[in-house]
Design a protein around this ligand. Structure first.
Ligand code: ADP
Length: 614
C-alpha cells in the first residue's frame, strides 16, 4: 500500500511546495480539535475558578516555571475579570476565535490539496493521452474506445480523490486522534483506557469489508468501461442502429450492464457505512464500561465536568476514527483504479523509436519490401513479399479483399513492424528513421475519410499545420474542392460536422486530397480512395488525384481496375503473396489472375460502374 501511495504522491512532485503547505495546514487544523475542547474548559476555568482548578492541574513533568506562569495568568485574569465586564467578553470570545481559526486552517488545508490534486490529475491525463497517442496502430486495434475513455477519465478521478480527500484525512485525523487521546490520558488515564478496551473489536469487520470493496471497485470500473464501449459504439454507429431498428437491443445491453453495477455499488456503500455506526456502538460500550467502573470503584471519582470531558472527547474521536476506517476503503478502491491507469502508462510501443535515428530523404528514392513476413496475431497475412517501387512510379496493388494490400501500406507507414524482413526507402531501413520523419514524407488518402469538427480550412491544413490561407485555397483548387467550399454559406470557415457528416462522400474525399496536396509529401498512398464515389464525383476526384500523383511515388490500392490501367506496375496479390506483377498490357497478355479479374469486372452488366473485387 505504501509503495502505491508514494507513486501517487510522486505524481504531485511538481507542486510539492503547496502540497507540503497543505499537509501542514492539515496538521495545524488537527491540533485545533483538542484545542477547541481545551478552550471551553479553559474559559470555564477562568470564569468559575473553583471548578477550573481541576482543569489547571498539571502533571509533574510540566516545568515548574510554566506551572507558575499559568497560575499567575489565571490569578491575574480572574482578578481582572471581576473588575471589568469587557474582559469577560474578551475571554468568552476565545471559543469562537479558536473555532474560526480551526475553520480557516481546515479551509486552507482542503483548498491547497485540491489545488494540487486537480493539477496533478490534469497532468496525468495529458501524460496518459500523449502516451496513448504515441502507441502503435496495433494497440488501437486491440483496445476498445470506451475502455480508454473510462480509464482516462474515471480511473484518473479516483486517483484525484486520494490526493484531495485521502491525504487530508491521512495527515489530519491521526493528529486529531493522538492529540485527543494524549489529552484524555493526561486528564483521566484510567477512564480513557477502560473506554478504549473494546475498540479493537470493530477492526475485523472493517478489514473484511474493505477487501470486498476493493474487488467491487475493480469490477465497477470494468463495467463502467464496458458501458463506455456500448455508448461509443451506439452513438457513433447510430445510422446502423436506426436503420436496423436496433434501439431496443442496444438499450437492453446497456440496461443489463448498468444493472450489473448495483450489487457492487451497494457492497461499496456497505463497506463505507457499516464501520461508522459500529464504532459509535463500541464507543457507547466504552462509556457504559466507564460508568460501571466508576460505580464499582468508590474513591477518586471525577466531577461531573470531568466525566463530561471524557465522554465529549471520546465522541470527538469518532469522526477521525470513522474517517480513517473509510480511508482504508477509499485507498483500496483507488488502488484498483490506479492499477488500470499505470498499466496503460506502462504499455510499451510495439513500434519503437530508434535511439539514433538516421535522416530520410524519400524524394527520388526507391522503396523496397525485402522478404517481408507479417501477422497481426497468429494468422500470417503477408508471406515472402519482395517488391521494388522505383521513384516517381505509380504502383497499383490489386487482389481480392483480405489479400493483404492495406497491410502493405500499414507497414510502409510503420503502423506495424514486420516480423521478418525489412522495408527500405532509399537504402535506409525505415526502423532506423524517426517515425515523425517517416510519416512526414508520406501522404495517405483512404476510403474512410477522417474529418474533425473544425472549419474546412483547418481540416485541410492538418496536412501541414501552419499553412497559410492562400496555400489552403490553392490546394483546394487543385483538389477540385474550391468550388463547393466557396458555395457554402461560411466558405472555408464552415464546420465539417462531427466526422464530416455535413459533407457528401465526394466532398469529403476531395478535402482529404487537398490535405494530401498541401502535405506535399514525396510518397503518396491511396487506399481505395475513389471506391465509395458515384461517377460524377469520381471524375472530379480522379482529376484531382491525377494532379496529386504527378512527380510522386504513388502506391494505389485499387478497387476498380478501370482506375489503374495506366499504372507503371500492377502488383496482384492473393492470400498474402504477390502472384503477378507487370503493366496492364503485359498482365492481360499473360492471361493470368489479373486477366481473369479484369474480365470478371468488365463482363458486369454495368461496365461504367464496375463491381468491386470484394
Ligand atoms: P486488403 O486490404 O487486401 O483487403 P488487409 O490488408 O486489410 O486486406 O487484410 C489482410 C488480412 O489481415 C485480412 O484477413 C484481415 O482480416 C486481417 N486484418 C487486417 N487488419 C487487421 C487487424 N488490425 N487485426 C487483425 N487482423 C487484421
Amino acid at each position: 500500500m505504501f509503495a502505491f501511495l508514494r507513486k501517487v504522491w510522486g505524481l504531485a512532485h511538481p507542486y510539492r511546495a503547496r502540497f507540503q503547505l497543505g499537509v501542514l495546514m492539515g496538521v495545524i487544523s488537527g491540533l485545533f480539535e483538542p484545542l477547541m475542547i481545551g478552550s471551553v474548559i479553559f474559559v470555564y476555568g477562568l470564569l468559575f475558578p473553583t471548578s477550573g482548578a481541576e482543569a489547571m492541574h498539571f502533571p509533574s513533568w510540566v516545568p515548574q516555571a510554566m506551572q507558575n506562569w499559568a497560575a499567575a495568568a489565571q490569578e491575574a485574569v480572574s482578578g481582572g475579570l471581576k473588575a471589568h465586564r469587557g474582559a469577560v467578553a474578551a475571554v468568552v470570545a476565545l471559543i469562537p476565535c479558536v473555532i474560526l481559526l480551526r475553520g480557516l486552517f481546515t479551509y486552507l488545508n482542503v483548498y491547497l490539496l485540491q489545488w494540487v490534486a486537480v493539477r496533478t490529475i490534469t497532468d496525468l491525463r495529458v501524460r496518459l493521452f500523449r502516451h496513448l497517442m504515441s502507441l502503435s496502430a496495433g494497440f488501437f486495434g486491440r483496445v476498445r474506445t470506451g475502455e480508454l475513455i473510462s480509464r482516462s477519465m474515471g480511473d484518473t478521478s479516483a486517483l484525484q480523490t486520494i490526493i484531495s480527500n485521502a491525504t487530508p484525512i491521512m495527515v489530519k485525523d491521526p493528529v486529531v486522534l493522538t492529540s485527543l487521546l494524549a489529552c484524555l490520558l493526561w486528564l483521566h488515564p484510567a477512564l480513557t483506557l477502560i473506554s478504549m478496551v473494546v475498540m479493537p473489536a470493530c477492526m475485523a469487520p472493517v478489514l473484511i469489508y474493505s477487501r470486498k470493496a476493493r474487488r467491487s471497485a475493480r469490477e465497477l470500473q470494468t463495467q463502467s468501461a464496458e458501458l463506455g464501449n456500448v455508448m461509443v459504439e451506439s452513438f457513433s454507429g447510430y445510422r446502423v442502429v436506426k436503420a436496423y431498428n436496433l434501439e431496443e437491443a442496444v438499450t437492453e445491453r446497456f440496461r443489463v450492464i448498468s444493472r450489473g453495477f448495483i450489487s457492487h455499488y451497494m457492497r461499496i456503500v456497505r463497506s463505507l457505512q457499516i464501520p461508522g455506526p459500529l464504532l459509535e456502538f463500541v464507543g457507547g460500550v466504552g462509556v457504559a464500561l466507564v460508568l460501571a467502573y466508576l460505580f464499582v470503584q468508590t474513591g477518586n471519582r471525577p466531577t461531573g465536568a470531568g466525566f463530561l470531558t471524557v465522554v465529549l472527547s471520546i465522541f470527538a474521536m469518532y469522526r477521525p476514527l470513522k474517517n480513517l476506517t473509510r480511508l482504508y476503503n477509499t485507498l483500496e478502491q483507488a488502488r484498483a483504479s490506479s492499477e488500470r491507469v499505470f498499466e496503460l502508462l506502462a504499455t510499451v510501443n510495439s513500434v519503437p523509436e530508434p535511439t539514433h535515428p538516421k535522416p530520410l530523404r524519400a524524394a527520388g528514392a526507391a522503396i523496397h519490401f525485402e522478404n517481408v513476413e507479417f501477422a497481426y496475431g497468429e494468422k500470417p497475412v503477408l508471406r515472402g513479399i519482395n517488391l521494388e517501387i522505383k521513384p516517381g512510379q505509380l504502383v497499383a496493388l490489386v487482389g481480392p479483399s483480405g489479400a493483404g494490400k492495406t497491410t502493405m501500406s500499414n507497414l510502409l507507414l510503420r503502423f506495424y513492424d514486420p516480423q521478418r524482413g525489412r522495408l527500405r526507402i532509399g537504402g535506409v531501413d525505415i526502423r532506423d528513421v524517426s517515425v515523425l520523419d517517416l510519416r512526414n514524407q508520406i501522404a495517405l488518402v483512404t476510403q474512410e475519410i477522417i474529418l474533425f469538427n473544425e472549419s474546412l480550412s483547418q481540416n485541410i491544413s492538418l496536412g501541414r499545420p501552419g499553412a497559410s490561407q492562400a496555400e489552403i485555397e490553392t490546394a483546394a483548387k487543385h483538389a477540385n474542392a474550391h468550388h463547393f467550399i466557396s458555395e457554402m454559406p461560411q466558405g472555408y470557415d464552415t464546420l465539417a460536422g462531427e466526422r464530416g457528416t455535413r459533407l457528401s462522400g465526394g466532398q469529403r474525399q476531395r478535402l482529404a486530397i487537398a490535405r494530401a496536396i498541401i502535405r506535399n509529401a514525396p510518397i503518396l498512398i491511396l487506399d481505395e480512395a475513389t471506391s465509395s464515389l458515384d461517377n460524377e464525383s469520381e471524375r472530379a476526384v480522379q482529376a484531382a488525384l491525377d494532379g496529386l500523383m504527378r512527380d510522386r511515388t504513388t502506391i494505389c490500392i485499387a478497387h476498380r481496375l478501370s482506375t489503374i490501367q495506366k499504372a507503371d506496375q500492377i502488383v496482384v496479390m492473393n492470400e498474402g503473396r504477390i502472384v503477378e506483377t507487370g503493366t496492364h498490357v503485359e498482365l492481360i497478355r499473360n492471361g493470368g489472375v489479373y486477366q481473369r479479374l479484369y474480365e470478371l469486372q468488365f463482363e458486369s452488366p454495368l461496365p461504367s460502374r464496375a463491381p468491386a473485387l470484394v
